[in-house]
Design a protein around this ligand. Structure first.
Ligand code: 3Y8
Ligand code: NAP
Length: 261
């Protein structure tokens, strides 16, 4: 699409993570850009952003492609969570369909270190099936969307952390819900796990620092972590930091100035 060289570069930021929030703050201060933050609308009160925010799905690849064309987006940045595999796959297809550059910000996965007692699985269901059969005190950091999977093993005493307060599901008779959105602190998770006599932690390999507290707490307390590996995502240009994403935007801004379009 043709845009005047001095008009701002239009950036769509697919967000919903700590990195996206940090990038949004950086983009809001950059007068060369007109950026929009996009959220799925999963949480009731998402963290306020200095960018204009659009909330809700686009309507699959076609909906996203139409949005990119209609809003004349110049660059897409995927700063969604490593488990937001469908959003990332749609972004790859739609950016290719409309012919605009896409960059993903991916934080490195957590890796097991000395003192960690992990078992790794390829799915949430496998991790839950990996718990001992006898009733255990289990901390679930898999979120609200994983609650139906937990009800496959209702015998456990679950402590389930979710973003928005909700009642324990009727089919999980021994579940306690706690509402918190992070970032989390190790000392708080240590206190929480000790208070509830937690012996197992269910977690996704989110990476990043904001939710690593539970991993540190488990290591400190000798608790087994049932870690769900990330889903595979097709190849795309990727960086691991906000700074690298800003450098990528600057390169594309310079390219457009040189092309004079
Ligand atoms: C709506 C935006 C910030 C951002 C906080 C990060 C850190 C905490 C790790 C635990 C693990 C979990 C969950 C978690 C993490 C950060 C970051 C991250 C895990 C918010 C946010 C949105 C969501 C959606 C929500 C999911 C849920 C997952 C809770 C905002 C707070 C468990 C995933 O109720 C629901 O439907 C919630 C759904 C997807 C997973 C699930 O299946 O339930 N995140 N999380 C985004 C949108 O609408 O587009 O509300 O402001 C963002 C954050 N979530 O403020 O610093 O950056 O990774 N979020 C997991 O990774 O295991 C919590 O408790 O230890
Ligand atoms: P997902 O399964 O990959 O996506 C399902 C659908 O939700 C997408 O196809 C899209 O709908 C919509 N969607 C997802 N992210 C969106 C965004 N940023 N803006 C607009 N629409 C979006 O996604 P998810 O795992 O449910 O994650 C939802 C949000 O929570 C994302 O912002 C993600 O970054 C954040 N989050 C997820 C996790 C997690 O564990 N999954 C953890 C932390 C934060 P359409 O097809 O209609 O466009």
């Amino acid at each position: 699409m043709i845009t005047k060289p001095d008009s701002p570069l239009r950036v769509l930021l697919l967000g919903g993570t700590t990195e996206a929030a940090a990038l949004a703050r950086a983009l809001a201060d950059d007068k060369r850009l007109a950026a929009t933050l996009s959220l799925a609308g999963r949480t009731a009160n998402p963290v306020a952003s200095p960018l204009p925010v659009r909330i809700g799905g686009f309507g699959g690849v076609d909906g996203l492609s139409a949005y990119l064309a209609h809003a004349r987006i110049d660059l897409v940045i995927d700063a969604t969570h490593p488990f937001a595999a469908r959003m990332s796959a749609n972004a790859i297809s739609a950016a290719a369909a409309v012919g605009i550059p896409l960059l993903a910000i991916e934080r490195p996965p957590w890796t097991r270190t000395g003192g960690d007692d992990w078992i790794e699985y390829d799915s949430i269901e496998a991790a839950i099936a990996g718990l001992p059969a006898a009733p255990q005190n289990v901390f679930s950091a898999l979120g609200r969307q994983a609650i139906p999977a937990l009800s496959k093993a209702p015998q456990h005493r679950y402590l389930i952390r979710v973003v928005d307060a909700s009642d324990a599901p009727a089919n999980l008779p021994h579940a306690t819900m706690i509402a918190a959105r992070g970032p989390f602190r190790a000392e708080d998770d240590i206190e929480l796990f000790s208070r509830h006599g937690i012996r197992h932690v269910l977690a996704k390999n989110a990476g990043g620092n904001a939710a690593y507290a539970k991993i540190e707490a488990a290591r400190k307390l000798g608790i087994k972590v049932h870690m769900v590996r990330r889903p595979a995502i097709a190849a795309r240009e990727t960086v691991t930091s906000v700074e690298a994403a800003l450098a990528w935007i600057t390169r594309h801004h310079q390219l457009r100035s040189e092309r004079g379009v």
